[in-house]
Every structure is written in C-alpha cells, then in structure tokens.
Design a protein around this ligand. Sequence first.
Ligand code: PRP
Ligand code: URA
Length: 207
Amino acid sequence: MARLHVSNHPLAIHKLTQMRSVQTDHRSFRALERELALLMSYEVTRDLNLTANQVETPLGIAEGGSCRETIGLVPVLRAGLGLVDGVMELLPSVQVWHIGLYRDEETLRPVEYYNKLPTEPTVNVCIVLDPMLATGGSAVATIDILKRWGVRRIKYMGLIAAPEGVERLRTAHPEVPIHVAAVDRELNEMGYIMPGLGDAGDRQFGT
Ligand code: PRP
Ligand code: URA
C-alpha cells in the first residue's frame, strides 16, 4: 500500500493554519494556497526518475541529473485550480489537464461535468490536485478516469484530508501515494471536514 504523507514542515503548518482562519480573506487565501502548493510539490516530486548526465562548469565536468518525466497536473475543478500555480513555479513545463467534478449536495457523490482528455495519454506521471479529501468520492472518481486514460503513475496532492477520505482512497487505489498537509478529525453530517477550512472553492473564489 502506498504511503500517506502528512507534511510536518513548519512553513506548511504555518500557512495552513492561516488558511483555515475564518479571518483570512479570499485574496490572502489564494496567496497562501499557492505558497503551500509550492512547498508541497517539493515533497510530492521527491521520487521522480532522474537520467544521469554531465555538465561543464567553468572549472570542469560535474556529474548531474536531468528529470525527463512527462508530468501532468490534474486539478479537480473548481477548488483544485488554486494549487496549480504553486506547483508550476517548480515544474514550469508540466501539462495541465482539468477534470470537472462537483459533489451532489444530497448524495455527496461526485458528478462529472468536464473532461477533455485526449484518447491517448500524453504524460507518464499525473499529480491530482484537490485541496479537500472529504468522503474521497471525488479523488477516487478522478483517479478512475486517469487509469482509464492509461496513466501508469498517479499521485494525489491535497491540503486537508478526513480519515474517511484517506481510507476510501487507499482502498480503491492502494498504490497511489497521498500527500496532504493535515489529516483532520472527522466529517460532519454534511460531509464537511472538521475542523477543516470550510468550502475551499467558495473561499478561493468568493462565492
Ligand atoms: C470539493 C473539493 C473536492 C470535493 C471533496 O469540491 O474541492 O473536489 O469537494 O469532497 P469528497 O472527497 O467528498 O468528494 P466541490 O464539490 O465542493 O466543488 P467545487 O470545487 O466546485 O466547489
Ligand atoms: N469540500 C470542501 O470544500 N470542504 C470540505 O470540508 C469538504 C468538501
């Protein structure tokens, strides 16, 4: 089973704490999310493959490495959009493939409304971006789509998970590593993560 990685980096904890605060406005929320995504992408990409190479310095030849993986970011609309820019600061040449899902308020099941993936996969690693792993339904559905597309390596990057969501994602896709900044206490009766940060899409976009 792939690992659950919970960041214990002090800056990640600091920024997530600020994001959670009810006092944080939309603009600051987006800025913090971008910074947190950059910090977390350093951890998420830790095991990417390197091709050994050499480089000429002013004084000689240095052994080095070059990352030639083709990486796709898969933000889950809407809230996943807020994680894209931070990851792209570190990985400017990634492809970005959007998947649109919303949770039906009654059933809490994900409903797909946007998917323009081409027939054949164009990347060999996908990083699913969605700040909230609540029941896990949206993450499982997104990874189902990516597996049907034919992607072999998939990673999940979020900010806050509920234990229920972690369990569901690990059961459905045990080989997918899960990277989050925190695992919170539980889901409430409406399917929100407690204490969480509220509705991530609404907090980003002021809706
Ligand atoms: C939120 C969040 C996830 C989903 C998580 O999206 O961004 O996609 O809920 O819940 P789950 O783990 O129970 O599936 P939401 O449906 O609110 O849509 P939005 O991003 O457009 O606001
Ligand atoms: N989606 C959110 O935006 N927040 C939650 O707590 C759960 C699902």
